[in-house]
Design a protein around this ligand. Structure first.
Ligand code: NAD
Length: 428
């Protein structure tokens, strides 16, 4: 998924180099952390429904496991590339580190398009992926999870294959399983709620009451909907959301200045997070061009759709009223736009901190699986709140004392912890 000429791995390495300079990391550590520790590339032969055999290409990249077993999703995507998986594995290392969970960073993928595959064919890909790598992943080595176009069912097939190969039950091998089959309560809410735990703390630092604020959100999927849910519970008002329209192949923004009604919008949204335009108009929403979410006069912007959404060409549309940008999506801001945001003094909560609620809850799932004892939802969410709040406050404190931009402060903490673990283990 190499977007508009961007090589995500190059970008991840550039971000790393910048912080490595800032930290004055020595050469050995730099070389170790600039590239993944291990990579697996393999063929997955599948007997298709029509009797032919098709060979799919699979990957697992283990960037660094100095702080604990690797953790990271598996994507099914026709444009999956080795460099995307490499970059995402590196970002997972920093994400687990910044929230201080004892896990490293990994990522996996298969080049395929699930839209064109039967359930049986998808199951064969899942089982084939595990067969190729069953001795190099595991609860104490590297723990996969769902990601783009993979879900709880895919995880269960993978778990079943892993347990068949090893001859034991290993519920902690994989996360994102359905509740009742080893999944954790609270996982659905975790990423969106995590974004708002950080927003709540940012407002507290600014002495602003959430009830006095408004927000505009890009996306209306899992992350966006649960972020809106918690933000509204805190008393905030969301006046605009945007989403992708599958039929028109373009995005739209939906605005109601008196505040959107979450349940009402959910009732006219498909399971890809697309809102029905005509029904929204009937309910009194202004249906505007997709880009308009960014130009609203609000206090908080939450990009929670996809990467490369705040760019050089549209960063100027951000209203001077905006005080906080909380990156729910991965990589929503390009480096050029980031410079403008920093210059304009907007308080940025960077992606790998803001959206770390998902991986934190996956870690809780692993812990519960390993104990074979499952917590109530409230317990999961309050543990999540503690982790996210503490990570946010650590980053804020460093940003303040060292006069760093929030993104740089988060990177400094994350990279420092991993570098220290490598040193303590005697690797460098
Ligand atoms: P999702 O598929 O549930 O929802 C995506 C939403 O974005 C949909 O409403 C879709 O219509 C909308 N969208 C897509 N393209 C758009 C565009 N160009 N303009 C406006 N809206 C657009 O996905 P999600 O799970 O909510 O993930 C959103 C982002 O958060 C992704 O970047 C993902 O990598 C990141 N993220 C998700 C999790 C998680 O736990 N779900 C964890 C960490 C990071």
């Amino acid at each position: 998924m190499d977007l508009k000429g961007y090589n995500p791995f190059k970008m991840a390495q550039e971000q790393f180099d910048k912080v490595a300079d800032l930290l004055n990391l020595d050469q050995g550590v730099r070389e170790l952390l600039r590239n993944p520790n291990r990579e697996y590339h393999f063929n997955i032969p599948v007997k298709m429904d029509d009797g032919t055999t098709k060979v799919f290409r699979g990957f697992r990249v283990q960037h660094n496991d100095a702080r604990g077993p690797g953790k990271g999703g598996i994507r099914f995507h026709p444009q999956e590339t080795e460099d995307t998986v490499r970059a995402l594995s590196m970002w997972m290392t920093w994400k687990c580190s910044v929230v201080d969970i004892p896990l490293g960073g990994s990522k996996g993928g298969v080049i395929c398009d699930p839209h064109n595959l039967s359930k049986r064919e998808q199951e064969q890909i899942c089982r084939g992926w595990v067969r190729q790598i069953a001795h190099d992943v595991g609860p104490l080595r590297d723990v996969p999870a769902p990601d783009v176009m993979t879900n709880g069912q895919h995880m269960l097939w993978m778990l079943d294959e892993f347990e068949t190969i090893h001859g034991h039950r290993f519920p902690g091998f994989i996360t994102g399983k359905p509740v009742g089959m080893g999944g954790s309560l609270g996982r659905t809410e975790a990423t969106g709620y995590g974004v708002i735990f950080t927003v709540r703390e940012a407002l507290r630092q600014m002495n602003i009451q959430p009830e006095e604020t408004t927000a505009s959100v890009q996306g209306f999927g899992n992350v966006a909907q649960y972020a809106i849910d918690l933000y509204q519970q805190l008393g905030g008002k969301v006046i605009c959301v945007s989403c992708w329209d599958q039929g028109d192949q373009k995005s739209y923004s939906f605005r109601k200045l008196t505040g959107i009604n979450l349940n009402e919008l959910r009732s006219i949204t498909d399971h890809f997070g697309g809102i029905e335009k005509d029904k929204a108009r009937e309910l009194g929403y202004d249906v505007l061009p997709g880009e308009d979410w960014i130009g609203q006069e609000v206090d908080i912007l939450i990009p929670a759709a996809m990467e490369n959404q705040i760019r050089k060409d549209n960063v100027k549309n951000i209203s001077s009223k905006v005080k906080i940008i909380a990156e729910g999506a991965n990589g929503p801001t390009t480096p050029e736009a980031d410079e403008v945001i920093q210059r304009n003094g907007i308080f940025l909560i960077p992606d790998f901190l803001a959206n770390a609620g998902g991986v934190t809850c996956s870690y809780f799932e692993q812990v519960q699986c390993n104990m074979n004892y499952y917590w109530e939802k409230d317990e999961v969410l309050s543990k999540l709140d503690i982790k996210m709040t503490s990570a946010f406050l650590d980053v804020c404190k460093l940003a303040e004392t060292k006069k760093l931009y929030m993104r740089d402060a988060a990177y400094v903490i994350a990279i420092n912890r991993v570098a220290q673990a490598c040193k303590d283990r005697g690797w460098v």
